[in-house]
Design a protein around this ligand. Structure first.
Ligand code: FAD
Ligand code: NAD
Length: 154
């Protein structure tokens, strides 16, 4: 099957947009990701899916910790920066929650310890146990059909 058809199909699942962050040897690394899911309430688990070609893959393997910051509709430039689509270092500001860098002013920051990981195809699913949550009011950034947008209640 053609990869474009697969991506077009998956792109019809509207998602929010997150930046996954981690820290190795005092160096912070961030990466835009929409493959994020809540997994379990008791215990509180989430998962992210990381491409084996992404630098983030080796970073989380080393740190065994990550944070997921859910972006607001005022943070498209942050998403584009951390996806390598359009560099904008001025848009990047970190806060620290339990010693892990998170994106400042994101709607939610969830800080996790990796408790399991599963290599599946060309990605790895990292399962994170949630250690800390930070909430901020605002509206979400959306991603649909390969384009950014904003959420409208019907
Ligand atoms: P790099 O490409 O090296 O870094 C990404 C960018 O972040 C670079 O511009 C870098 O300069 C900048 N950066 C990193 N750390 C810092 C820092 N500390 N300070 C300032 N800038 C920094 N890929 C997946 O594997 N899984 C997904 O779920 C996923 N979802 C995506 C969703 C969307 C909407 C988009 C647009 C892309 C998605 N991607 C996903 C693709 C992924 O974001 C890119 O391939 C990304 O470039 C991979 O990052 P990397 O870890 O290889 O690091
Ligand atoms: P796109 O049309 O490539 O993405 C639409 C959807 O396809 C995504 O939401 C995702 O569900 C799926 N997808 C895309 N690339 C994938 C991959 N390598 N592995 C698994 N699923 C994938 O949108 P775009 O604007 O062209 O994306 C920008 C870049 O970000 C592209 O290089 C794309 O590959 C990458 N991306 C990667 C993932 C991922 O999970 N690895 C997710 C979204 C975007």
């Amino acid at each position: 099957m053609d990869s474009r058809i697969f991506r077009d199909a998956m792109g019809r699942f509207a998602t929010g947009v997150t930046v996954v962050t981690t820290q190795v040897d005092d160096e912070t690394h961030g990466m835009t990701a929409n493959a994020f899911m809540s997994v379990s309430l008791d215990p509180k688990l989430v998962t992210i899916s990381i491409d084996h070609n992404a630098k983030m893959y080796s970073q989380i393997k080393q740190s065994q910790q990550f944070a997921v910051s859910i972006l607001s509709d005022e943070q498209m430039d942050v998403s584009m920066h951390f996806a390598g689509q359009k560099e904008n270092p001025a848009a990047v500001q970190f806060d620290f929650v339990s010693g892990i860098p998170v994106i400042r002013d994101a709607l939610t920051a969830v800080v996790c310890n990796v408790i399991e990981f599963y290599e599946v195809g060309d990605h790895t699913l990292f399962i994170g146990e949630v250690l800390e949550i930070k909430l901020t009011d605002g509206n979400p950034l959306a991603f649909f059909g390969g384009k950014y947008g904003s959420y409208q209640p019907v």
